[in-house]
Design a protein around this ligand. Structure first.
Ligand SMILES: [Zn+2]
Length: 316
């Protein structure tokens, strides 16, 4: 068995294009301008750039990069794939600094690569968790200080100063979905539940009253941490150990790899950890498959340099 990184698409630019095309266009080549399928041909000639096709319908040229996270990037596609594989295969994440050193790109390019790749892993499926009377766990955790919040008069910190993340885990699919909250209010909690959780779901949370859904009985505030009741004896499925396990990986990663993450890009880090969790080895997903799934997620996630520049401040 050779090295995974020996594969041609990690080393050769033309092979990288072919490999990405097969994933972005599994059902035929789509013109990003007019949407026509399989009515285009490769532009050939010495001066032609790699992977350029001309649409016979609207006459415009395009490549597989148009409308994806790769658009208007000068970084070679095989280097993108190397970055994606490294990110897909490291359990606690990989810093921009490490990518910069390993891939030989500038630090600024490394920030840009990693934030765009995080974007590709955003769960945009929109599916409802807990459908078909399934179970799901919900919990919240504090992650980093929100610089807009003031400490107490004596300078000491309080819980309201921290960024708060809520996470839902679907017990059937094993997938995780996290949200950076503005405030941990009933209103915001209920909005997230309404948008992501099926009405018939069995929702298992800690004792926080914010989760109580009006007019239904299937919310279990069963894990009463204050009474040290972590798993209910008479109903052993009522626990939040799964979501707490996800948080322990998230916390270790944020502490060890992404120490200086600001609130403005916290949602991309939670998406990264959610993706890795939702496509983890325990669910039968190996590193190569997880990497391929990231590449399949590049569509419709175009992020302009300006957007990233505005949102991203360098990590230390
Ligand atoms: Zn067209």
């Amino acid at each position: 068995m050779g090295s995974v990184l020996d594969a041609k698409h990690f080393r050769d630019e033309a092979a990288a294009y072919k490999w990405v095309e097969a994933r972005v266009w599994p059902n035929g080549r789509v013109c990003p301008h007019c949407g026509v399928v399989d009515d285009s041909g490769a532009l050939k000639g010495k001066s032609t750039r790699l992977g350029v096709y001309k649409c016979y319908s609207c006459r415009k040229p395009f490549t597989v990069k148009v409308g994806t996270i790769f658009e208007s990037s000068h970084i070679k596609l095989h280097i993108w794939l190397q970055a994606m594989f490294l990110i897909a295969s490291s359990k606690k994440g990989i810093s921009s600094n490490q990518l910069h050193r390993t891939l030989g790109v500038t630090l600024k390019s490394a920030w840009f690569l990693s934030h765009r790749i995080r974007e590709a892993r955003k769960d945009t499926s929109g599916g409802m968790f807990g459908s078909g009377f399934g179970g799901l766990e919900a919990d919240e955790t504090l992650q980093g200080i929100d610089p807009r919040k003031e400490p107490r008069e004596d300078g000491s910190y309080h819980a309201g100063m921290y960024n708060r993340v809520m996470t839902l885990i679907d017990r059937d699919s094993g997938a995780a979905r996290s949200f950076v909250m503005t405030e941990f209010t009933t209103e915001e909690t209920q909005r997230i539940l309404n948008e992501n959780v099926a009405k018939e779901a069995y929702l298992i949370t800690d004792e926080a009253p914010q989760y109580k859904r009006p007019g239904e009985q299937q919310t279990f505030h069963a894990v009463n941490h204050s009474e040290k009741e972590y798993v209910r004896k008479e109903a052993p499925w009522v626990h939040t150990n799964t979501v707490e396990g996800h948080y322990s990986v998230f916390k270790r990663g944020m502490k060890g790899v992404y120490q200086h993450c600001g609130r403005q890009h916290l949602h991309r880090y939670t998406a990264e950890f959610d993706f890795r969790y939702s496509h983890r080895a325990k669910l039968g997903v190996d590193d190569v498959t997880r990497f391929a799934r990231i590449v399949e997620g590049v569509k419709g996630k175009r992020l302009t340099y300006r957007t990233v520049d505005r949102e991203i401040r360098p990590e230390a």
